[in-house]
Design a protein around this ligand. Structure first.
Ligand code: GRF
Length: 196
């Protein structure tokens, strides 16, 4: 018997939209011994991520914007599920400071550019790739970072990059970045979890 065996880390994913990253992370950890996605939280009742969670048999709940600002409400949900770490995967609300403090270095976001370039307010989804194209960048990529009170401002855990060709459309750039997200986000989360 191994007395040093750690308890499995219980993961919550916060997402506002499509949820391809969320589903990819759920599937990756479904066979993991270090972590497991036990809850998906969305601020939008119509987000496709909720359908994905239910298909994967992961509990999903909708908390409207006001509930995210409500410390008692949000923390009681996280406590009920025994959440150890929170992953933001296309989550469009700011994380309140009470949660940042409670989950120091335990809230992780993915941003679809090489921060600090093309980050901050208004820089989400296709807007990021449009800005990359308009700036004539030769490379773009993803940034996986801890979350603090500053939008896209927490310390960087990992970055992965890809080329941008002059002939690439905004959609081409989005596809290249998406490929990096699928390949690297779950494994980076796993590395963080192993070091907790
Ligand atoms: C991803 O591009 C991610 O980098 C960003 O939001 C997008 C979410 O896509 N933060 P999906 O909902 O996971 O498909």
């Amino acid at each position: 018997m191994n007395d040093n065996k750690k308890d499995i880390i219980r993961i919550a994913i916060f997402a506002s939209g499509n949820g391809s990253n969320c589903e990819n992370i759920i599937r990756y950890f479904s066979s993991s011994e270090v972590g497991k996605v036990v809850l998906v939280v969305s601020n939008r009742p119509d987000a496709f991520v909720l359908t994905r969670a239910s298909r994967c048999n992961v509990d999903a709940i909708v908390l409207p914007k006001a509930d995210f600002a409500n410390e008692e409400k949000l923390c009681s949900v996280l406590k009920e599920y025994g959440i150890d770490i929170i992953i933001l995967a296309g989550f469009l609300l700011m994380i309140p400071s009470f949660l940042v403090k409670r989950y120091q270095q335990r809230i992780i976001n993915i941003h679809p550019s090489l921060l600090p370039k093309f980050g901050g307010k208004g820089m989400y989804g296709i807007h990021v790739h449009e800005a990359v194209k308009n700036a004539g960048e030769k490379r773009t990529g993803i940034t996986i970072h801890y979350v603090n009170e500053v939008c896209d401002g927490g310390s960087i855990i990992a970055q992965y990059d890809t080329d941008v060709q002059p002939t690439d459309t905004v959609q081409d750039i989005a596809s290249k970045v998406h490929e990096l997200e699928m390949r690297h986000f779950p494994t980076t989360i796993e590395t963080v979890i192993k070091n907790l």
